[in-house]
Design a protein around this ligand. Sequence first.
Ligand code: KIV
Ligand code: NA
Length: 265
Amino acid sequence: IKLVTTHQMLAMKQRGEKISMLTAYDYSMAQILDGAGIDVLLVGDSASNVMAGHETTLPITLDQMIYHAQSVARGVKRAFVVVDLPFGSYQGNSSEALRSAIRIMKEGGGHGVKLEGGAEIKDSITRILTAGIPVMGHLGLTPQSIYKFGTYSVRAKEDDEAQKLLEDARLLQEIGCFGLVLEKIPAALAKRVAEELTIPVIGIGAGPDVDGQVLVVHDLLGITKEFKPRFLRRYAELHDIMTEAVQHYVADVKSRDFPSKEEGY
Ligand code: KIV
Ligand code: NA
């Protein structure tokens, strides 16, 4: 099977084929998603929430992101694997950013990295790019800045924030990012960014007029029970399916139905 590359993603945008992207944090899930034909897998720092149970993405470490990346990389045959640089591993220090990105590529087996922010992290992105590492930007609702925002609600509804986002998006393309994630911003603004930029723009809660979509896989599968934002479409109710399966197992163990004679040696 042919590997998905940044060049192919660019070609997909040019011919109007939408790019499909999902998060993955472990080997088994990565195998399923890759086998199902996903274009891009994101080893998101949302692992901090989904895998580790933290309230925010801030606590996850670079070592933990590398562990998740390794696990995902082993399960992938075709998809392009993007890995989030975690909070504190790239901001304000471009040498540390480069060091972190190199570890993600070398130890984690990623194909590229994603960083949150625009002009503020220009030097870090530029430095990482000098090593030949593909970089994806992330603007709009950037969860590593949750304590600055104070809320997970829609960003860039006001003109000044929308203007700054537009400028940041242009800057990210200009310095060499291969793509950009826009999270939870008005659809009209996302459309404008995707039209203006030549690099692929992937949306989450950013409406239909972008070049691709990304979701957290546990949300799409309905494993996370309570999280139901407007932008989320649930394609399965795995929380209920898994609960019923485990309840059935518990009952069978209690009733001695499991294991049967045939299930022993
Ligand atoms: O960590 C993550 O899951 C993400 C996506 C929501 C874009 O960054
Ligand atoms: Na993330």
